[in-house]
Design a protein around this ligand. Structure first.
Ligand code: ARG
Length: 564
């Protein structure tokens, strides 16, 4: 559903194939103002090629291009402006949405290729922070968008369940922990212990030493170390699963860092074989100076492995297991250097597939302009934010629609929707200032606003006893309200493509706001149910809007209740 392509075909014919279609397609734009038409082709580039003024070329082209889709084609100052035939196009758009339903906008750009997506990946024995929320919701949306575009997304939760911090935690637990208190409230107690460890270690550096020693024991499968670690891990996973259930997110794999404990030696072997390992201060490293990067640490002087070593093992494993064409890592900006190093090492190892590895970074969630840190205990817990959001949504329902049947379900959809949307409407690279208030606002550019628009449209369909009948979809209206909704609907497939190409769910979030605004304007301007003659046609437009809002929300991981 993209008349750009049709326009492009006609242009190409008119130009006798002088410019490549792909190039033409890139040049076609949408005019800023609607009085300049629906599509525009700038003739400045051709002007250089033909040595003719752009205006002349536009006039010549305007004479050659004709189609029932176009009402008129006009040359306006160096541009060729196309005005779509409202009636023809409106019917085509509404019909194709109504017939394709949730498949509207689906494409097959991915051709069935596998893309692994490493996202969420919280750290065990630490609470799920707002910071991890970003990776979780961005990664989930990217997975859904990729699936929509014909890829096979494999969702991997690379749990942070290994590393020196577990040595530290074991030391802290053995020094100050109490089994029963931890059993009662594992995450909270473990976090307390972790924070206490860092406070104490500032005065007693010996503690860090002990922490390292216990991690070494863990790596060597010491029984006590392993059993404490398993306990901490199990409790954490239970807590995390509650959050994933609430958000409706599923993973194909929970293979975290620990899973690669016995797979790192293999990496070290290959590095040795390829003479890539060097000793530096007793540690083993891969030099990356030719790429202007600091060396990648593979093994510390005490023989323990590092975060990078595990990521190398994981990349090899994923390639072998999934044979991915692309492998994405949805991880904050602050780990950019780490991924550059890991990817550079894999390139040095001469794996062709290193080209398919991408770090998809995102900004931080700031509190009062500063980064939140677990170590100092300065975190906002996602679980608390979610339950507050859901509570607020419930309150809202009790006030506005006390007879609603599935209150709990709807409150959960709206509360989580508010939190998810608040994140995704920002371009991922931007930092977001954490504000519970902003997040929970139900008006303005929010998830609940889009959900509410969808529910309002759905209730209109119920009230009007709308019955689907594709053959009788006939959009007669040619007013600006209708046309604005139609042009929005028409853009959905392109928005999906763009958000896929840029790994950018915010394109969809912003689109949904625009569609909602257009629909709400339409809703207050057009008498949808009062006009018996046009009722069915208008309702079919309303129906198209519900389909696209629902599918758009689904693509960013948000539910669309029919009633609110
Ligand atoms: N657990 C890490 C953290 O919270 C994120 C892991 C990202 N994924 C990866 N393959 N390194 O910082």
């Amino acid at each position: 559903m993209n008349y750009k392509n049709d326009f492009c075909e006609l242009l190409s014919l008119a130009l006798d194939g002088e410019l490549e279609k792909s190039k033409l397609l890139k040049l076609i734009e949408k005019p800023k103002y609607s009085h300049l038409g629906d599509l525009a082709f700038p003739c400045f580039e051709l002007s250089k090629q033909y040595r003719k003024p752009p205006q002349t070329i536009a006039i010549e082209l305007a004479k050659k291009i004709e189609s029932p889709l176009f009402e008129k084609v006009e040359a306006i100052g160096g541009y060729l402006n196309v005005f779509l035939n409202k009636k023809v196009v409106s019917n085509l758009v509404a019909r194709s949405v109504v017939t394709q339903r949730s498949h509207y906008g689906t494409n097959n750009l991915g051709n069935g290729d596998v893309v692994t997506i490493d996202f969420s990946s919280p750290n065990i024995a630490k609470p799920f922070s707002m910071g991890h929320l970003r990776s979780t919701v961005i990664g989930n949306a990217i997975a859904l968008i990729l699936d929509k575009c014909g890829y096979k997304a494999v969702c991997i939760n690379y749990l942070g369940d290994w590393g020196t911090q577990f040595g530290k935690l074991i030391v802290a637990y053995k020094l100050w922990g109490d089994e029963n208190t931890v059993r009662e409230n594992p995450i909270r107690e473990l976090l307390k212990l972790y924070v206490k460890f860092h406070e104490e270690a500032e005065f007693d550096p010996q503690l860090n030493e002990k922490g390292r020693a216990w991690f070494k024991k863990l790596e060597q499968s010491d029984e006590e170390a392993i059993s404490l670690w398993e306990w901490f891990r199990g409790e954490s996973l239970k807590e995390f699963s509650k959050i994933y259930d609430l958000l409706g997110i599923r993973f194909d794999s929970f293979n975290g860092e620990a899973f690669y404990n016995d797979k790192m030696e293999y990496v070290v072997e290959i590095l040795k074989e390829k003479s890539l390992l060097e000793t530096s201060d007793g540690a083993e490293v891969v030099t990356l100076s030719e790429k202007g990067l600091p060396p990648c640490l593979i093994k510390k002087s005490d023989g323990t492995t590092l975060y990078a070593t595990r990521d190398l093992a994981a990349a090899l494993y994923r390639q072998k297991t999934y044979n991915f064409s692309k492998s994405l890592y949805i991880v904050g900006n602050e780990q950019s250097l780490h991924f550059k190093q890991v990817f550079a090492v894999l390139e040095k190892m001469e794996y062709q597939w290193h080209n398919g590895l991408f770090h998809i970074p995102f900004g931080m969630i700031l509190k009062d302009g500063k980064k939140m840190s677990t170590r100092k205990g300065k975190v906002v817990l996602l679980e608390e934010v979610l339950s507050e959001a859901i509570g607020l949504a419930e309150q809202n329902i009790l006030e506005k629609n006390p007879n609603l049947e599935s209150k709990k379900e709807v409150a959960s959809a709206v509360g989580t929707g508010a939190v998810i949307f608040h994140d995704l409407k920002h371009y991922r690279q931007n930092d977001i200032e954490f504000s519970l208030q902003d997040m929970l606002r139900f008006e303005g550019e929010t998830g609940p606003y889009v959900q509410y628009t969808h529910a309002r449209a759905s209730s209109l369909l119920r009230k009007g006893r709308y019955e689907e009948d594709i053959d009788s979809v006939r959009i007669e209206d040619q007013d600006s309200y209708t046309w604005e909704v139609i042009t929005q609907l028409m853009e959905f497939p392109e928005v999906i493509e763009r958000s896929m190409e840029g790994y950018d769910p915010s394109q969809i979030a912003k689109y949904l706001i625009e569609l909602s605004k257009s629909f709400n304007k339409y809703y207050s301007a057009v008498r949808i149910l009062d006009d018996e003659y046009n009722k069915h046609s208008r309702l079919s437009l309303v129906h198209s809007v519900t389909i696209v809002l629902k599918e758009g929300l689904r693509l960013i991981g948000i539910k669309a209740p029919e009633e609110m």
